[in-house]
Write a protein that binds this ligand. Sequence first.
Ligand code: PBG
Length: 325
Amino acid sequence: MNMAYPISRMRRLRISPAIRRLVRETDLDVSRLIYPIFVSETITGPEAVEAMPGIFRLPLREAVRKAVEVFSLGIGGIILFGIPARKDARGTEAANNDGIIQKAVREIKNASPEIPVITDVCLCEYTDHGHCGIIKDNNVDNDATVEILAEVALSHARSGADLVAPSDMMDGRVGTIRRALDANGFHGTGIMAYAAKYCSAFYGPFREAAGSAPTFGDRKTYQMDPANAREALREIRLDVEEGADIIMVKPALSYLDIIARARSEFDLPLAAYNVSGEYSMARMAAAAGLFDEKRIVLEILTSIRRAGADIIISYHAPDVAGWLE
Ligand code: PBG
């Protein structure tokens, strides 16, 4: 029998909202979303990030309040980014046990121990030159940086972070961090590895938010070339072998093919980072009347889930919680 039209009619299953819901293949739940919070040591009240409408740098106390608030909306967890009062060539402040991130983790866990707290592990917000590691001969010194990153991750674990998330793209950092955590008894602290992180113009607004733009050069010697897909699988495989618990692809929207390939090759939980530029594009275009914000954001996030991401880091998370209520 020929099953083509008129036997098959695809529109039968699109006839009503309830039927469409019944056959929907992908769902978007706020429990899958992680919300980024910028906590700053240099301010006493919220400070708007101009490049990211709706996003604020927060002083410690308000960052804690924000974490508790978004968790009460059902959001899956938070990831913390720090803006320190002091920067130097080696990013020393990043591993300070009384640094801004370490304090924020302790206070959030104190206020609400069940909130999954993830910390971004990188030096770019802490170095005076804005690179993600320490500089030697005008280049980021991989192995020296990895040692420092392990100290940073350890200080986050001591403060109570559930997961540390290295975003620097140095070679070997996941393994070095895993060994440092285990050697100090933090067997239960996980690693969410920014495994395939591209050198992307979509990070532009974040660098204003975090004050982390490099003062010279770019990140092309450590972040990935946007033209490469097979290389992403190699990067991810290495992080898995080194002990990553969750792998991440970043950015998300221009990299849905990478998310889909990572999903089919690996069985670890897969996160995708819906980055600052993706957020600001959607917000600003919606504010300009180009399209409906709720529809565009839900479509973007659903497409990231459909490509295969289990978890999405997104600045839209609290808005989504309101829309999906
Ligand atoms: C730190 C870091 C960056 C982002 C997350 N961690 C910036 C960068 O690599 O330049 C970007 C996040 C975003 O754009 O939302 N290395």
